[in-house]
Unconditional design. Structure first.
Length: 405
């Protein structure tokens, strides 16, 4: 499974086996003890020496050590619990010792790692008790109830209670593992602002790449299509001039002029296609007027519902138009659907467009259908694409993006 793009919702989940949970519970407690000893030592020494010139460098080095310890803890959680957490951004490069110390002391990731090491101990104690302590005590209680010399009712109550605890052990162990996952995501991953910066950087790179690709495509279309048509027109007109220089033949002249007219119409149509591909003329009046024309040209009957009391930004309208066009093209080419629907409305400050069809389903991102390109185009405007397409059912694509860029 590939790593998620920056800002993508959700994390990769791997079902944790019982041996892995036991291994995590056994290794977690001593590691958390070492971690809290490290944190207390760093804070104590750094605080004790803070009145001298040595205190701040010691604290800065300790914070960077905590950052590395947090990275190691995240690796352990990934290896045993299957929880993949995006790595936080590295410490910005600082020239000079003073700047490095200042940068280290203000490193949010390092302080969050320190907090994680502090909170890890009580969680690990609970995990050890729920995963190993209580089950071991329950097994011992059952054995004691079976071979002990106590009264029958006490043995029965003890055995039933121990068996109930054993029955609920998988549930409590799973709850503790989920608590560890939550703690790791909350403190060892990037913050919300860091995720947004990373997502915006990725979206900017995607937008620049897409713009360069579109520009090169326009250049190729002009070179291979429109230019070739104009050259053909020039050659036809040259032949017409040669025919008129000699003994004029009305039929030959009419044929050449007709050919030139046809080539001119083809060149005009090619130019119109290129211009419309850059900015559709229908969008001049807004998405409300553009969507009916787009759905009317789809390869399947489309039911359109539009509820847009305010007009989005032109950039948003353009992205929405091309995304709907791509989804309708996929429906016509790949789904085998006989009916589709497009619903566009505003939900707060979000433009939401739902495209549904009754086709075969099975569509997925990255399957050569252009859907991956849609997600990249939407990312450039902080938008998202959700796809629900089971192999045996219909397909629903939901596009969401802010009304204002």
């Amino acid at each position: 499974m590939t790593a998620p793009r920056p800002g993508d919702p959700g994390h990769e989940k791997v079902r944790t086996t019982w041996p892995r949970a036991i291994a995590f519970a056994v290794t977690g407690l001593p590691l958390s003890l070492l971690g809290i000893v490290y944190v207390v030592a760093v804070l104590y020494v750094g605080g004790l020496l803070s009145l001298t010139l040595i205190g701040l460098p010691v604290l800065a080095v300790g914070l960077q050590g905590a950052r590395h310890l947090g990275r190691a803890q995240a690796w352990l959680v990934r290896a045993l619990l299957g929880e993949v957490v995006d790595a936080p951004p590295p410490l910005p490069t600082a020239a000079g010792a003073v700047r490095w110390i200042r940068s280290s002391l203000s490193d949010v990731t390092a302080w969050r790692s320190m907090l994680y090491l502090l909170l890890r101990l009580p969680v690990d104690v609970l995990t050890f008790v729920a995963t190993i302590g209580l089950p071991a005590f329950s097994v011992w209680s059952v054995v004691w109830a079976l071979i002990g010399s106590q009264e029958l009712w006490l043995s029965a109550v003890t055995a039933v209670g121990a068996l109930v605890v054993l029955a609920f052990t998988p549930v409590t162990a799973r709850a503790m593992m989920n608590l560890h996952r939550l703690l790791t995501r909350a403190l060892l991953g990037p913050t919300a602002s860091q995720l947004r910066v990373r997502k915006l950087e990725w979206a900017r790179s995607t937008a620049l790449t897409e713009g360069d690709r579109d520009l090169r495509q326009v250049e190729r279309d002009l070179h291979d299509g429109t230019q070739a048509q104009l050259v053909a027109i020039a050659m036809t007109l040259s032949l017409t001039a040669d025919a008129l220089d000699g003994e004029p033949s009305l039929d030959r002249t009419r044929t050449l002029v007709t050919r030139a007219r046809s080539q001119t119409d083809t060149a005009i149509a090619e130019l119109r296609r290129l211009i419309d591909g850059i900015t559709p003329a229908a969008l001049e009046r807004g998405l409300v007027d553009a969507l009916p024309q787009l759905t009317a040209q789809a390869g399947v009957p489309v039911t359109l519902t539009v509820n847009l009391p305010q007009r989005p930004d032109p950039v948003i309208e353009r992205v929405a138009y091309f995304c709907v066009a791509e989804l309708l093209t996929n429906i016509a080419k790949h789904s085998g659907a006989t009916q589709a629907s497009v619903d566009a409305d505003l939900v707060g400050e979000l433009l939401r467009i739902k495209v549904h069809d009754n086709g075969a389903g099975g569509a997925r991102l990255g399957a050569g259908s252009g859907l991956l390109g849609l997600r990249e185009r939407l990312a450039a405007v902080d938008g998202t694409l959700r796809l629900d397409s089971p192999p045996t059912g219909s397909t629903t694509g939901v596009i969401e993006m802010p009304v204002r860029i």
